[in-house]
Ligand binder design. Structure first.
Ligand code: CP3
Length: 360
């Protein structure tokens, strides 16, 4: 059975009321573009902050399936987006592998212990999606029930390189020089760790698919700090393994390798369905390489949402036209920033929803 046939069956079984995202990925000529925003759950919504304030913090919220379900659905209610993305974090896999982290307010993630040696890597386990990250799997099941087919649910994972960089650095970084140093100074240990992370991701994503997600997005947020050659050896090859392992899952995969514009040709040959584009990539250039082989997703500069609404409207329509008649899922070129005015986000979403596509 082809991927799209099994996808259609899954969709039919479920009777999605809004299947615009799935139909776009499949290549249907839809009358308008689907729209959602990376990091739409949390960050911008006052309703999210209200729920979060009732918990002991981000990680408590994350591990509470009922609350994770609630904040996943908030942007669907409040913004009218065409997809929900499950409320979780890319770092849950690190913890499931035995490396815990704290989410420090205003600072972000901090790992009390980091990986520096082969012995450290050997102490990590390969995570099992259901046993080790059961709270997100449970949240997915609850969310599917609560959405009741209103919109598709997107599951996600970080890519191996991005998770590796947090496990080595222990926190965010401007240069990721410690993680890059590991690649140059200890390539074998690096490959050992990247493989363990990759195996964990495959287990986790399979569990998400089993629980009912309709689409999976793989975030390689820090792809752009690597040289093209490092990217191929230490990032792309592992992302490829994941796409290959999920090929028969019947669920479309999106790969978002931020900053890896140099790898677009290779990315467009992956066993995946959609390529996420950041805002630095010229649209005609990306479409020229990807063609209509895959859907593209993106790529408005998140900072554009600070502009006035007339400009947001104009630029959003320009983006849709720039990507032409091929498959396109409207999104930003990275996650929405926390201080973005909500009315501007709504203007972005409404513009897409009111803009009819005329196929030539
Ligand atoms: O897209 C969504 O809304 C779903 C939920 C989601 C979160 N994190 C919730 C979150 C997703 C998809 C992520 C992915 C994620 N997490 C990435 C990849 C995407 C990207 O933006 O590049 C990365 C690099 C992380 C790691 C991470 N988590 C950082 C650096 C931080 C701190 C800064 C911040 O706010 O993003 C987090 C915390 C985090 N993850 C929050 C949320 C809602 C904020 C926590 C809070 O409420 O205090």
């Amino acid at each position: 059975m082809t991927k799209y046939k099994s996808l259609l069956l899954r969709e039919k079984e479920e009777e999605l009321q809004n299947d615009l995202l799935i139909r776009t990925i499949k290549g249907d000529k839809t009358s308008r573009r689907p729209v959602w925003l990376m990091r739409q759950a949390g960050r911008i919504l006052p309703q999210y902050r209200a729920v979060r304030a009732t918990t002991g913090g981000f990680k408590d919220l994350l591990k509470n399936p009922a609350l994770a379900c609630e904040v996943t659905i908030q942007p669907v209610d409040e913004l009218g987006v065409d997809a929900a993305i499950i409320f979780s974090d890319i770092l849950v896999i690190c913890e499931a592998m035995n490396l815990t982290y704290d989410m420090v307010p205003t600072k972000g993630p901090v790992f009390p212990k980091v990986i520096t040696s082969r012995a450290d890597v050997e102490q990590l386990r390969v995570a099992d999606g259901v046993d080790d990250i059961g709270y997100t799997i449970e949240a997915i099941k609850l969310t599917k029930q609560a959405l009741n087919g209103r919109v598709p649910l997107i599951g996600f994972s970080g890519c191996p390189w991005t998770l590796f960089s947090y496990m080595i650095e222990g926190q965010g970084s401007k240069t990721f020089s410690k993680a890059k140093k590991m690649l140059y100074a200890q390539p074998e240990v690096s490959h050992l760790l990247l493989q363990k992370i990759t195996d964990s991701i495959i287990n986790y994503v399979k569990a998400q698919i089993e629980a009912g997600v309709n689409v999976v997005q793989l975030f390689d947020s820090w792809a752009g700090v690597l040289t093209p050659s490092q990217y191929n050896t230490f990032a792309f090859s592992y992302t490829k393994q994941i796409c290959d392992a999920l090929q028969d899952s019947g669920v479309p995969i999106t790969v978002f390798a931020k900053g890896a514009y140099h790898a677009l040709t290779k990315l467009s040959d992956l066993n995946c369905d959609t390529i996420g584009l950041d805002w630095t990539i010229p649209r005609a250039y990306a479409r020229g390489i990807i063609g209509n082989k895959k859907a593209v997703q993106g790529n408005l500069d998140p900072c554009f949402l600070y502009a006035d609404r007339a400009a947001i409207k104009q630029e959003t329509i320009k983006m849709i036209n720039d990507f032409g008649n091929g498959r396109h899922i409207v999104n930003l070129g990275h996650g929405v920033y926390p201080d973005t005015p909500l009315d501007n986000v709504k203007c972005f979403v409404d513009t897409v929803k009111n803009y009819e596509i005329k196929y030539s």
